[in-house]
Design a protein around this ligand. Sequence first.
Ligand SMILES: *Cc1c(COP(=O)(O)O)cnc(C)c1O
Length: 401
Amino acid sequence: MHTYPDARSVIRALEPEEPVILNRPHAARRAARFFTEKFPGKVLYAVKANPAPDLIAALWEAGITHYDVASIAEVRLVRAALPEASLCFMHPIKTRAAIKEAYFQHSVKTFSLDTDEELDKIIEACRDPETGEEASDLRLCVRLRVSSEYAQLSLAAKFGCDLTDAPALLQKARQHCDWLGVCFHVGSQAMTPFAFVQALDRTRAAIAEASVVIDMIDVGGGFPSVYPDMEPPPLEDYFAIINQHFENLPIAYNAELWCEPGRALCAEYSSMIVSVTKRRGNELYINDGAYGALYDAAHVAWRFPVEALEDDLRDPLEDFAFYGPTCDDADYMAGPFPLPGDIQAGDYIEIGMLGAYGAAMKTGFNGYGEAISVTVTDEPMMSLFDGSRARPEADNVVSLR
Ligand SMILES: *Cc1c(COP(=O)(O)O)cnc(C)c1O
């Protein structure tokens, strides 16, 4: 991949007609080091946030050895890129064929589940094909349903076993493995560490009721990144509160603590250059949108940072909305995105913080999927890890109990 100092030099060199994804491996490595040095347990990367092989290689270099994969395609991708990585299949609904292939061909031992049926499926799929014996090296992880009320994007409705069913499922799973974990996901971009407190309280209730030995607690993803109007409390506060509540759980003395961040490890990895194809009042038509890397900007009104890349714009900032390139009215991003008032067709804009759930979500709908990717060496438009942030006086930090 070609390397440039920054977005402006990419424009000068390429005068791109298509969107350009700008990748910053140094930012991903820095986020990974932050987590591996400061999180008081093991850090898995949740691959769905961005499966780009170059990103996965950067995270591996920075010390991320475990990967949360959620489809057989992700299993194959990470196994091909990293033969020595540990892969954990953390989607609670898998096909029999996917479990078999993961277990027998890619040495995946860790599987999550939230129902009896899934437990049976995993046990059957991993039986020795010759002798019919049950696998003795399975590491099972029961996913609990927890609240998403503190997160910007809910993951509460779809997966997770209810507290009333969890004890029986934990007891049954315990009979089929030597290593049993509990996992959950508090929702993405959790804006307060308290999200993890209530989830760990629920975990405590489930374990106490089941009275089985638990070898691992996986607090999932949900760790926030920084966006306009979304300044989270310091990640150190999340780690401290999680550690304190973990240590008070009734679990094996040598139980492990895991987390599975997606967004927090890769949000800063990518930004994108788009060009303005038309201006209509304060609506800018740009060449990427709801079916491209700006899915969240359109569908959940996420505000990403923007910067005009032309040096001759003089007017003060005004609020703009964007239309994407497809013919669909839904290809609209309300923003508001503050840009110079004299911006016009032909100008370029950099849109930041698209490394998580942005760059990974581009589709080819309506013929508009093309983009080139380059490496840049400048700083991301916003960062939690560049040392610039004083600890904010966050009013939503809960005190340690
Ligand atoms: C999506 C997902 C993650 C990553 O979530 P982030 O909010 O991006 O940190 C982690 N674990 C599971 C099971 C997920 O589905």
